[in-house]
Design a protein around this ligand. Sequence first.
Ligand SMILES: [Fe+2]
Length: 120
Amino acid sequence: MPSEGYHEPLDLLSERTRNLHRAIVSVMEELNAIDWYQQRAEACSDPHLKDVLAHNKNEEIEHAMMVLEWIRRHDDDFSTRMKTYLFTELPITDIEKAAAGDAPPAAPSTTLGIGAMKGR
Ligand SMILES: [Fe+2]
């Protein structure tokens, strides 16, 4: 059975798009599994089973990140947005404004201003 979720005839889709679809569906499946394990672990009354479920959740996070990295390496649009938003410290909605040039980027909270130097 072919992968579900195609919205256009397969003969109109390139191999690149088919592979991107495979990766996106895989990330969706991994994120669903993470959500399930998170809830099961939190609700579980047996501490040993809770540990196993939490371990399994972290394995699924690893799987999701591996596929996201594949997507980053194979799709320039994903890569560009990931570089803009991931591993940043600004308020998330300010990043878009700063990237669009609508507002200057806010100072990160860890930056020491002149006021922070007073009394030293
Ligand atoms: Fe997985």
